[in-house]
Design a binder for this molecule. Structure first.
Ligand code: ADP
Ligand code: TRP
Length: 338
């Protein structure tokens, strides 16, 4: 194989920190599935490596066609992520469309992506089934996602389980590129999916999703609304006094996200003992969720009042991210013959 000029630091150098990257679409309000699947692990990982997180507004164009809504959703997501603990001093945080190089890379990657790979993607079919119009953008969505990841030489991508296939596609595309143009040119990333939070159940027990109308928002407008949502969690009709099986219960599954193992054990024991109705446990869960998000809600209120700060974070994040992306795009352009 022809040796390529070394335009980049050797990948996987033991001294280079782990590069962590994830993105989330600004497509409406965030729910606790998004939080535990993607945001909380990302926030936790910002202390463990070189973290890069972005708001996937190019991706959102596949489903959000109102410019005002898109702009508003980007701002809300930025505020929510910062409120939840994303620290711009530790992590680079930007709006995807501020790094235009990613669309160039998406095109170049398109030319190594076999059609069959995209045809196998279930999210395209799922989204059409949910009523999103089938566009080329929706079909090519995973290629843009691959570009998002490899343009930053990312090693680790924290996401919920529903993104696993997209990560496999990313790995396949990156490998195809390397096979054609040179081993080691693109980093092959690993998904980071935490077993305990891989799929957070919604009120009806299906995966929590904004498309299923079964979500508990991170920031419900009022406590009353939060409580009434939690009271809607689907349960069976076991009478109050009877023992209950905690095994597949959605209240217990959600409680587990917020409580210590001992506390979960206590709830499970109380289920088995009987004597309490499901409403009692729902109330416990409600209080937990309310208290868990209270400090974030407070920070969020402060951020809403400081739009200049949020703009500054995104704009300095974009500058940093763009400089990193340029390194890879230059490497890729040279490799393909441009
Ligand atoms: P939605 O299904 O509500 O449209 P998205 O597809 O926008 O959510 O997901 C954004 C991020 O949140 C992804 O990383 C995804 O894996 C994660 N996520 C979404 N729903 C859940 C869930 N119920 N459990 C765990 N992670 C989730
Ligand atoms: N497809 C992801 C979602 O729906 C969002 C996303 C876009 C993403 N690009 C990414 C996630 C790169 C991780 C890495 O949630």
């Amino acid at each position: 194989m022809m040796t390529l000029p070394v335009l980049f630091d050797p990948i996987g150098h033991p001294d280079s920190p782990m590069r962590i990257l994830s993105g989330i679409q600004p497509s409406g309000r965030l729910h606790i599935g998004n939080y535990f699947g993607m945001m909380e692990p990302s926030i936790r990982l910002q202390d463990e490596g070189d973290a890069f997180y972005f708001i996937a507004d190019y991706h959102a164009l596949t489903s959000t066609h109102d410019p005002k809504a898109l702009r508003g959703n980007v701002r809300d997501l930025a505020i929510d992520f910062l409120a939840c603990g994303l620290d711009p001093d530790k992590a680079t945080f930007w709006r995807q469309s501020d790094v235009v190089e990613v669309t160039e890379l998406a095109w170049i990657l398109s030319c190594v992506t076999p059609m069959g790979l995209l045809e196998r993607c279930v999210s395209y079919k799922d989204k059409i089934a949910q009523g999103i119009s089938p566009s080329h953008g929706l079909f090519a969505y995973p290629v843009l996602q691959a570009a998002d990841i490899v343009i930053f030489d990312a090693n680790v991508v924290p996401v919920g389980r529903d993104q696993k296939q997209h990560l496999e596609v990313t790995r396949d595309i990156a490998q195809k590129f390397n096979d054609r143009y040179g081993e080691g040119l693109l980093v092959i990333p690993e998904p980071r999916i935490r077993e305990e939070t891989a799929v957070v159940p919604g009120l009806d027990g299906r995966k929590m999703s904004k498309s299923y109308d079964n979500a508990i928002d991170l920031f419900e407008e009022t406590e009353k609304k939060l409580r009434s949502k939690i009271m809607k969690i689907v349960t069976d009709s076991t009478p109050v006094e009877a023992p209950k099986d905690p095994t597949d219960n959605y209240i217990v599954q959600l409680y587990r996200l917020f409580a210590t193992p001992d506390e979960v054990g206590e709830m499970e024991a109380s289920f088995r003992a009987g004597g309490q109705g499901y409403g009692h446990y729902k109330q416990q869960l409600f209080e937990r969720i309310r208290d868990y998000f209270a400090p974030m809600r407070e920070r969020r209120e402060a951020l809403v009042k400081d739009p200049g700060y949020v703009d500054d974070v995104l704009s300095s994040g974009a500058t940093r991210a763009r400089a990193e992306a340029r390194k890879v795009i230059d490497r890729v352009r040279a490799a393909v013959g441009m």
